[in-house]
Design a protein around this ligand. Sequence first.
Ligand SMILES: [Zn+2]
Length: 390
Amino acid sequence: MKRSPFNRRPRVAREADQLVWLAEGLARSSSRVEDAFWEPRLLNEVATLIDAEDEGALTAAMDRLSQSGERGFEELADVVEARCESALVGDAEAQVSMLLLAIPVLAWSRLRIPAGNLPDALLNQLRSDLQNHVLDKGARVVLGDFLFSPDQLPQGYTATATLARRFFAALEARRPLRLDPADFVETGQFLSDVRYVLAAVAIEPTAAIFRWQSEDVQRDAQTLAWASAAQSSLASAFPACAFEVLAPQAFFAACRESDRQLRPYSLSAGIEFLRATLGIEPAELRAFIGGFHGHRLEEYRIGLCLPEGEQVVHGLVWPLLDAEDENSELVAEIEARLRDAGVVHLHVFEQRFPLEFCDDCGAPLYPNEDGEPVHPEMPEQPASPSAHLH
Ligand SMILES: [Zn+2]
């Protein structure tokens, strides 16, 4: 099941009742003939609420469908996301389909992972990479001149729709979207994180948008060629960082995919960080894994310890995503990823840990060898190693 990337506040409203009724009707329909009744009504209702910036009604309906576990949630999420990230513009003779894309970049650094404006030369190069490896030849594209951190992305459906409309206007004007850094919050700094470049693409309705929609094009080969080209185009934007460029996708799908891929990426980054700063090999580390609970299981946390001592020198967080819960195979996946990274000493605690953070700095607490949630503390550094990773 999809889950909204945004926080949702419950609210009862007539509009929400209507959305729930239409989405459940569409989900239970058994034919295209019946769909033809529900779908346009649902699309219309969602469009009206997004145009009125009624985030409350959208999230209230999402909440109710999500809690009831009905299939209507998927139907509503699809329609809401589509309406936010895409548009059909122009008159009947000359219609154009527009879509907001995100290019996620996974990065880690002992210094700072950048965010903010990108230079034109880099954007031009990245646009060529998109045209050469990702987009169909008939597609037009503009990029936003900004590298977004997750907390700088629009927070909410109607905010996403508003930003997408700015991108679509830039497409019509055929020039890059200029974004003002003063409009964005300061970026929280983590050892590893995601960054996004956003782009908007225009095609004729029903035409291909991606190169691999052509029968003679291999999608995997194109994706690899893209990743390698984009890696070198973006290198100057990520000084003193290791980074990996993911495939461009429609905005919401890209956000979900990058959240998923960030988990194993952060785990490898944390282990690499300890090797680079303390000179400790993964096989010497001890990893203590515990499930941390708020109202429900929220995330697994992994305390990394040196061969001796109770101190956790570094911690890793593996958040639950979408419909994952304690029945998911996440612990097995975390163990497999740690083993792949070379960690051999693993221990999984059965107990439920409370979702605790440091009162002073907000850092998560991680399990140590005694099963106590503790603050991560790096040992005293005798020398300062080079800041560069490569
Ligand atoms: Zn602290």
